[in-house]
Design a protein. Structure first.
Length: 393
């Protein structure tokens, strides 16, 4: 069985042995030019032990040595990131000279898949659900921002790619932040980002990362990595994700108006790690012009408490945002505990997610709809069989 034409995917679905484990690729999970390729696989100990579902992420670079270094960096960072709301990285393996990150698989779907499913059945995620997911991600970010290395040195980690395809939703209302491969940190021995390469997801990027080209700091080595970059950049990204959940559409698309200075804002030599639906210059200008007035207009029909939360998270200047992801989490939890129908938590989130996916799965049996994440709508026969037999953990 052949894979789609994507450089990050193996040419054939296959099995291989590395170290103490045998890996067998079940099917593609994500094969899309805008996102990292992800493959659903099983990992079975060569000695006696349970078979486990995992995710393999190919690390594709122009140079093989750099790919291995990036894979090692992501694994090294993961050693400091042990939190129930952060997807576990088990390590990495190399097959046919291509490194693969080996990651935890949480049964469920990515947030983007759920938002697409809701759109498909003409539903909106409830404000409570949106606040719940954002609060869980904020808890993960607060932990990551405060992490230290094995010697107690602050990593000063910034995820830089918080978006709906890096937020995993699972059973029992679990929420996990995934993919720290684009993270900025002060991990010793870190391979510097190549000049002009925009790491992370430009659709959810914080304006301070882009302003390096507008008003660069003379001491700034890379215009796309501000000297004072910190966790507040992730707070902006999460604020955009929260607003997208609340509005049921991407907040910056379409804008009320287009701006005329696109070419002046971002030089043509700047490029992204992955392709984007909109030109980078267009995305950059929409972010740089998305100020308090635009946020106020976009949130005009939302509950007042959420309007205030979103407005503070999306302030253009980092100093005016939440000082920490924990402060954001606190306000979101306060909102959830003060709802007229009673507190909204994991149980309610699981019920809402399951209801949307069931309705969308039923519709998918009758109508075609392209998916970024494969095998969710409806559930794939291979996983249904495995779940019934209890073969996989």
């Amino acid at each position: 069985m052949s894979e789609p034409n994507n450089p990050g995917a193996p040419r054939q679905l296959k099995s291989f042995e590395v170290g103490d484990f045998r890996y067998e690729i079940v099917r593609p999970l994500v094969v899309h030019p805008d996102y990292d390729t992800l493959l659903l696989a099983t990992r079975e100990p060569l000695q006696k032990g349970p078979v486990k579902l995992i995710v393999l992420k190919p690390v594709v670079m122009d140079f093989g040595r750099e790919a291995r270094h990036r894979a090692l960096e992501e694994v090294s960072l993961s050693k400091a990131l042990r939190h129930p709301n952060i997807a576990t990285v088990y390590g990495y393996v190399v097959q046919d000279e291509l490194p693969y990150i080996v990651m935890e698989h949480l049964r469920g779907c990515f947030l983007l898949t759920l938002m697409d499913a809701a759109w498909l059945v003409r539903r909106k995620l409830s404000p409570d659900f949106a606040a719940y997911v954002a609060s869980e991600v904020a808890e993960a970010l607060d932990y990551a921002h405060r992490c230290e290395d094995e010697d107690g040195r602050p990593l000063k980690l910034v995820h830089r790619a918080v978006g709906p395809m890096r937020i995993r939703l699972g059973e029992k209302g679990r929420v996990k932040l995934t993919n720290f491969g684009a993270a900025y940190s002060e991990l010793l021995g870190r391979l510097p980002t190549r000049r002009g390469l925009l790491r992370g997801d430009p659709a959810y990027i914080a304006p301070e990362i882009l302003r390096g080209f507008v008003s660069p700091d003379s001491r700034q080595r890379d215009p796309l990595t501000p000297r004072k970059l910190d966790g507040r950049a992730d707070i902006f990204s999460l604020g955009l994700v929260l607003l997208e959940m609340l509005l049921s559409h991407y907040p910056l698309d379409p804008p009320d108006s287009l701006w005329e200075d696109i070419e002046e804002r971002l030089p043509s030599e700047v490029r992204t790690e992955h392709s984007t639906l909109l030109p980078l210059e267009t995305l950059a200008n929409r972010v740089l012009h998305f100020g308090p007035d635009e946020v106020s207009h976009a949130t005009r029909e939302l509950p007042e408490a959420l309007r205030k939360i979103v407005a503070r998270a999306l302030r253009p200047e980092p100093a005016e945002r939440y000082a920490s992801a924990d402060d954001l989490r606190y306000d979101l939890r306060d909102f959830l505990h003060s709802r007229p129908g009673g507190p909204f938590g994991a149980k309610e989130a699981e019920a809402e997610m399951s209801d949307i996916l069931k309705e969308a799965s039923d519709l998918r049996k009758l109508a075609a709809h392209p998916d970024v994440e494969q095998g969710v709508l409806p559930s794939p026969p291979d996983l249904l069989k495995s779940r019934a037999s209890g073969e996989l953990t």
